[in-house]
Design a binder for this molecule. Structure first.
Ligand code: SF4
Ligand code: SF4
Length: 376
């Protein structure tokens, strides 16, 4: 059977409009009871990257989460909402600041849904996962539609990375710093978690140098849903007007036979793909390197790799010395030297975690000379 993805237009987060649109997105692919049994325990996993207001479009909008809560309540589910953003490492109590500022706490309180933390964990092969994955019958994945400096897209597969608790996420960046290896690790998480359903909040999101403050907010006006996160990301790639293979997780999923990454074999319901493609969508600057990778033979890419690279670069005028980047650099290659953040580039793995964690968009992308000469 073909993998199904629904696309529904939705312009705003007004609950009276949003609820029927989210419901429609689910109905178009078979209805909620096709994916979840009534009266089950469900972990809702939004993207709560950092403590920031929902209007910035960096986190899954609380009204979007509310709509899903109400849909699941109709079939008697007991829900738990949680995420484990890397930015606070093992300092689990700080997640409450994230819940507060992203507006999730207010919605959880009003809807009487328990907000959880990922303190308890279990080892699944080589990475830990929150115990809540085992304690709940299903995981419902609620990603935000955003670009990502490192993975190009932070969609349905990437969103599950937050189920790895605490600082182990930084270990993953350190241990799997090549793009393909990191993508494969994300796919291993996806296979371990197997979310029953993914529903993307693409009403507003981030283009350009996402996924955080360096990206640009844009109103996409879309809700995209599927039980196959790989198919969903494949459709998102086309909406971004790029080739699905340019998204590392799609390319690796296709190679490993996980989900459906072939756009021609995905059945799209609702608004057509042609009507959904954003022709002037801005990819991250780093994606151009990926474009080259896909177009040139691998031996040329291997040779050029030494000369075409991207590094983070601190803009001291914007930096407020909050130390978030220093504390979260997986390589411990950043330091505060006399009131200035410096990077030891010899040990930097260009994972761009620092850029993701910077609340003030003070970290930019620095291109190598050859990259600039080639107009990349
Ligand atoms: S400096 Fe930034 S890009 Fe380099 S390793 Fe540290 S977090 Fe990653
Ligand atoms: S996270 Fe941003 S503002 Fe904070 S110290 Fe690093 S560069 Fe400066």
């Amino acid at each position: 059977m073909k993998s199904q993805v629904s696309i529904v237009k939705c312009a705003a987060y007004k609950q009276e409009d949003l609820f029927p649109k989210v419901k429609e997105a689910i109905e178009l692919i078979g209805g909620i009871t096709k994916f979840l049994k009534p009266n089950s325990r469900v972990l809702l996993k939004p993207n709560l990257l950092m403590a920031i207001e929902p209007q910035r479009a960096i986190t899954t909008h609380p009204e979007f989460v509310r709509a899903v809560v109400r849909i699941l309540r109709e079939i008697g589910c007991t829900m738990y909402i949680g995420d484990g953003p890397s930015v606070f490492g093992d300092n689990i109590e700080n997640i409450y600041e994230v819940y507060e500022r992203t507006g999730i706490k207010k919605v959880a309180d009003e809807e009487k849904v328990e907000l959880i933390t990922f303190g308890k964990r279990f080892m699944h092969t080589y990475f830990p996962l929150t115990e809540w994955v085992k304690e709940c019958d299903y995981v419902v994945n609620l990603p935000k539609f955003k670009t990502h400096d490192y993975m190009i897209l932070t969609g349905a597969v990437k969103n599950l990375f937050g189920l790895i608790p605490g600082t182990f996420k930084l270990e993953c960046h350190k241990n799997f710093y090549q793009h393909e290896k990191f993508a494969n690790m994300l796919l291993d998480v996806y296979e371990a978690v197997k979310p029953a359903l993914s529903i993307v909040d693409g009403i507003s999101g981030i283009e350009g140098n996402g996924p955080a403050t360096s990206g640009t907010k844009r109103d996409f006006g879309l809700i995209v849903a599927s039980s196959d996160a790989v198919s969903l990301d494949t459709v998102l790639a086309r909406i971004m007007n790029t080739h699905p293979d340019y998204i590392y997780t799609n390319k690796e999923a296709s190679r490993r036979g996980i989900g459906t990454a072939d756009i021609t074999t995905i059945e799209i319901q609702g608004q057509t793909l042609a009507a959904s493609i954003i022709s002037d969508f801005k990819l991250p600057e780093t994606s151009l390197r990926q474009t080259i990778k896909n177009k040139l033979p691998s031996f040329i890419v291997t040779f050029l790799k030494k000369y075409i690279y991207f590094h983070p670069n601190i803009n001291s005028d914007l930096c407020r010395l909050c130390n978030s980047c220093v504390e979260n650099c997986p390589q411990r290659t950043m330091s505060n030297k006399g009131g200035k953040i410096v990077i030891d580039y010899a040990r930097c793995i260009s994972c761009f975690c620092c850029k993701e964690f910077c609340p003030y968009a003070a970290i930019k992308t620095k291109k190598s000379l050859l990259a600039r000469m080639m107009g990349i």
